[in-house]
Design a protein around this ligand. Sequence first.
Ligand code: BGC
Length: 746
Amino acid sequence: MSSDAPSPDLIAKASVTSGSGVWHTTPLPGVLRRLHLTDGPHGIRQQTEEGDHLGIAGSAPATCFPPAVALGSTWNPELVRRVGAALGAEASAMGVDVVLGPGMNIKRSPLCGRNFEYVSEDPHVTARIAAALVEGIQSEGVGACVKHFAANNQETDRMRSSSDVDERTLREIYLSAFEEVVRTTAPAMVMCSYNRLNGVYTSQDPWLLTTVLREEWGFDGVVVSDWGAVVDRVEAVRAGLDLEMPPSGTDRRIVDAVVEGRLEESVLDTVVERLRGLQERVSSDTSRPPEHEAHRELAREAAREALVLLRNENGALPLEPGLSIAVVGEFARTPRYQGGGSSHVVPTRVTDALAAFREALPEGAVRFAPGFTLDGTDAPGLADEAVALAEETDVAVLFLGLPESLESEGFDRTDIDLPAEQLALLARVRRVSERVVVVLANGGVVSVTDWRDDADAVLEGWLPGQEGGAAVVDVLTGAASPSGRLTETVPLRLSDHPSYLNFPGEHGHVRYGEGVFVGYRYFDTLDRPVAHPFGHGLTYTTFAYSDLEVTETGGDAWTVAFTVANTGGRAGQEVAQMYVGLPQSHPTRPVRELRGFAKTALEPGESVRVELPLTGRDLSTWDPEHGRWSLAAGTYTVSVGASSRDIRLTGEAVTSGDRFAPALTRRSTLKEWSSHPIGGPVLAEIRAGMEGLDAVPEELMRMADSLPIVALATFGEGVTEEMVDLLVADVETRRLAAIERGEITG
Ligand code: BGC
């Protein structure tokens, strides 16, 4: 403890652990320059210095690309990488050093208000899409900041609620995408979340921010708080949080903690070093032109690939030339193309489907009726007018969706239904129209169960960014083929969902009671019906799969190869998906889990040989007892198909596992002893020498399986604790020797 006044150097170092203003880091003369951070993630939201982080104040115009829900649905990392590069280029031109994105939390429940900012219910596709965004952004000399780390899967009580998650679930589902992105793309920053994780605020969780993120995954960038997420400044810095944003004006607490010996000064030196590392990686260039023109085309391409054709009965789509079309629904004229909150971007322009239709089709082919109001206020005349229009035309295209007031950052939905007045309108249109197409606008999934039979075709349009209107018309008219796939299951009913009973929690805790059985992992393992499965999406053509080969390439690595052929009459893109599972291990592990995919564009009659890598880690589960990934020996199922429920080919990957043999103790059970590669044979030898063992009834032997071996000293004839300890020591010596010889790992 020192009573000395703090040195200017200490005060200066403490000052960089928080920002200067809402969007800037604090400079340190001669050492650190002031860095500019800004949201993100689907467009650059550069506010003035007096801005806010809730998206209330405006920002400079920037291309509004499709949000993550839509980018994920493209299943196209190459395209997403180009979007990332465009985001990076715009950020650079605007003098932004770090883009606060991508968001990569898992969609645990369809109700999460921020699902539009997240990629998927599955960590593999989340990781691939987020990695592509990070690579793209960073290729332009701008940093990316993956968020919100971690287990921030709801908005309800987000600044206090504790996400209570067992470690296996955490590792396999909620951390694994972050892990992959950190390991493979080295993002410049990681943003901690608001919530607590198993009782500890993530902003001050040393296990999360240091042990896992830095020591295990090798992250060497800067950890920033979510805006306002820091609860205890000193605890946060000690735990590994480098930067509090925006500044709370409490740097003095850091200084005092150092002076009073509660915080090592070296921790601040490390923060300075990390910030220095960050500034060396980023270099914005405000002299470059913003390229908005070219980015419009890219935003349109991305939106096009994001659209998911959920249903298409009797070839209702594409719309052939010459039809008279009733475009119905206010969303056709006033599109919802992005979500509310901190990610809200001021677009460079917005295309709406109505204008795009009129541009694409001859004059008079398209007539419009709004049908309903966006705020749901009663306007009966609107519906009547729309029904009359549908009656006079060949096809009715209804633009239905969720108004912004129903989903946004900051709160969760309470149901997954479309507004009742929109569904009533659809039912009326169905009665008068031969051909009804529904185009959806929504950030989180909506139920289709009660109304899908009223529609011949349903095109899930998500929130597709500023060029979404044009993209939708490209697909409806067949100028482009739909190629998006669902990255989340559409349940029949909300109450079918695995998260249903544990969302959004109560009394400050949300229990992740479904464990690893998130989304399709639950529905598929229990074989429960769904409205549309994970991975689903139709095209205007058909694809055939053949010739699956799983070839071992050595050291628990395989290549999974198969052929995809376009067997229909139109060009299209298939998203071939690879799932793995281990038979007989259910229900402790999901029946199948996505571990690879490839999107391929094929002309009619064309085929392609797809090759996907498969690794031992892809087959592993987290072993919480020993704190490691565990690869069990076995014959794994490798399935390839067009969705998690449309498996076309099945093969096998055989492994003898990682031969992990932990130390046996006196508390290890007889079962653990007998299945142990070293302890097992020793125990068998002892048993062989024991008289009368053969006469012990089978059920008694099975009961004994769960006995800790030391219990034999109580129950076993003539066995003493000393004998057990000698056995443990002997087996441990043999085990260490076997590890030394490379026969097992331990
Ligand atoms: C959001 C972050 C965002 C930050 C800055 C927070 O409310 O959770 O995603 O980056 O504000 O706007």
